[in-house]
Design a protein around this ligand. Structure first.
Ligand SMILES: [Zn+2]
Length: 280
């Protein structure tokens, strides 16, 4: 089992890698960085403290600055109802996501779970979900191509899976995949609570634990892909726009670099044959 990541295994991988590199057979490791729940994961949700316009702007600006510094391409998946809940300045934030190496995708209108909707309802969620995103991309001379369903639910039965795939094709969308999920929103909840209580020590501990967990998850999913596919296809990292990632983004990008990954676009990552395999 390659599920545990130990320094010993890391050394073996390093040696194997180095050997493969010299013989010219190594596959370069790459990762596409993707963000869900734009403009901000905690905006427009029931029962939680709404982030201020300033903190929404700040989180996006700092995530984008880290991506720029590391020359990492990224795609941000937009929830239209959050755009409307935030108000007019949300459009300026989305515009910032159309700069060099950046693009946007559709994350549906209201972030509803497709498992609870029929196909007509899912179509409405997609079509209503793209309004601001399509307009913003068009103004930047870019095309809307990717769609990611909330919770990555692409059909809970084979029949529904086929119907959803046909619907996405009809609407000219590619469904976005993801291979690394760190449950960052769980850490963010604790992080927000610590910051609300001005407990900077706890916030620091949470950030450190989050980065360690991220490092383990990167290695865990890489090992899993090796086991299932026999190689590591371009990875797709799923993150959310929140304060934790704004504070940890440089660290996350450095983790990938230190593990030998280069950054790629979602489009290039999903061109790998692994992403054409049937889901079940
Ligand atoms: Zn989401």
């Amino acid at each position: 089992m390659l599920l545990a990541f130990t320094p010993w295994l890391a050394l073996v991988f390093f040696l194997v890698d180095a050997h493969a590199e010299t013989s010219g057979t190594a596959r370069e490791k790459s990762v596409a960085i993707t963000f869900d729940d734009l403009p901000h994961a905690n905006a427009g949700t029931d029962g939680t403290d709404q982030p201020s316009p300033q903190s929404i702007q700040d989180a996006n600006a700092r995530i984008l600055a880290a991506l720029r510094d590391h020359k990492a391409p990224a795609i941000g998946f937009v929830v239209e109802s959050k755009v409307r809940a935030i108000g007019p300045f949300a459009k300026d934030i989305l515009k910032d996501w159309t700069g060099p190496r950046l693009t946007l995708g559709n994350h549906t209108f209201s972030h509803a779970d497709t498992n609870t909707l029929d196909i007509a309802g899912i179509e409405r969620e997609i079509v209503d979900g793209e309004k601001t995103t399509r307009r913003t991309l068009k103004a930047a001379g870019k095309q809307l191509r990717f769609l990611r369903f909330p919770y990555n639910h692409t059909g809970d039965t084979t029949e529904k899976q086929k119907a959803i795939a046909a619907l996405a094709a009809k609407l000219d969308y590619t469904i976005a995949a993801s291979t690394i999920d760190t449950s960052d929103y769980v850490f963010d909840r604790a992080y927000e609570r610590a910051l609300a209580e001005n407990d900077t020590e706890a916030a620091h501990r949470i950030r450190t634990a989050y980065l360690m967990h991220t490092q383990q998850q990167i290695a865990y999913y890489a090992g899993l892909n090796e086991q299932v596919l026999g190689y590591e296809p371009p990875a797709i990292m799923l993150l959310h726009v929140n304060r934790l990632n704004a504070d940890a983004m440089k660290g996350i990008l450095s983790l990938f670099e230190e593990s030998g990954y280069s950054f790629t676009t979602l489009e290039k990552a999903q061109a790998d044959a692994a992403y054409r395999r049937p889901l079940s």
